[in-house]
Ligand binder design. Structure first.
Ligand code: SAH
Length: 248
């Protein structure tokens, strides 16, 4: 059986010990882990620690750190997915699969043709749920960090943030000249950060693509087929990870 893995706050790891509290400590007891048995503790910032349980009780558990394991599960490209709010539970699919594929952050934003227009209260609830999904996906697939899920206040702030990456890709179904593949090839080796921006069910307006280009993003195509709004970011992310040798 693989060693059980726990994500805990980095501030709970010090002096060669890891302190496990709350629901994680409860989970440890459910697993019936005994003193002396091994577990992995992740600080959510990319560090894994192999530990040996030294005590476990209702108040919490303590584990002694045996060694630091350099994380091999984090990609070496910082990929952020910016997806327009989709309908129904597609956002959950985007979050879960993006985490598995190695995204570092997932951000939702509103664009003109978004059908889904959740109000502030609904967004707070959704963010909570999406971050939980991210945490579960990160644990399941063995990530060393939990990607944050956030939202942008406007299309403009999204562009401002997305354009800060080394490469900002604006996926536009009506772009027929520049492909993602050619754009990545032209960027050469050593791509360190990429923003992937994708639209809603109805696609982007032409003026949105123009504004994006003015903001420094590159409108690119994903090929001749029109992908659904939940397929496009995942396809782009998988292609990016393949191109940057993060699927080896
Ligand atoms: N307007 C389209 C659907 C948009 S697809 C229609 O109904 O005909 C949803 C989003 O996925 C798009 O806004 C775009 O960001 C992305 N996308 C889908 N297929 C794409 C392609 N072939 N090239 C680039 N982006 C694509």
């Amino acid at each position: 059986m693989p060693m059980p893995k726990f994500f805990i706050a980095a501030s709970n790891i010090f002096g060669g010990m890891a302190y496990i509290e709350g629901k994680d400590a409860e989970h440890l007891r459910v697993l019936r882990l005994k003193r002396g048995e091994k577990l992995i503790v992740c600080d959510g910032e990319g560090n894994d620690y192999e530990c040996r349980l030294t005590s476990s009780g209702p108040e919490g558990a303590e584990a002694e750190i045996i060694r630091v394991i350099p994380s091999r599960s984090e990609p070496d490209v910082f990929a952020q997915v910016y997806a327009a709010f989709p309908k129904g539970d597609k956002a959950e699919t985007i979050v879960q699969k993006s985490v598995e594929l190695g995204a570092s952050r997932i951000v939702f934003f509103r664009s003109e043709r978004c059908v889904s227009r959740p109000d502030a209260a609904a967004i707070i609830k959704k963010l909570e749920r999406w971050n939980k999904i991210s945490e579960e996906a990160a644990k399941q697939c063995g990530r060393a960090s939990i990607p944050e899920v956030g939202i942008e206040q406007s299309f403009e702030t999204m562009l401002e943030h997305a354009s800060q990456a080394q490469l900002g890709l604006f996926f536009w179904e009506e772009e027929h000249l520049r492909s993602m593949k050619k754009t990545l090839e032209a960027a050469g080796d050593g791509i360190t950060s990429v923003s992937i921006v994708t639209g809603p069910e109805g696609g982007f307006e032409k003026h949105e693509a123009d504004t994006a280009e003015k903001a420094g993003l590159i409108p690119v195509s994903l090929g001749k087929r029109i992908l659904r709004c939940e397929t496009a970011p995942l396809c782009a992310l998988a292609a990016l990870m393949y191109h940057t040798n993060n699927l080896e």
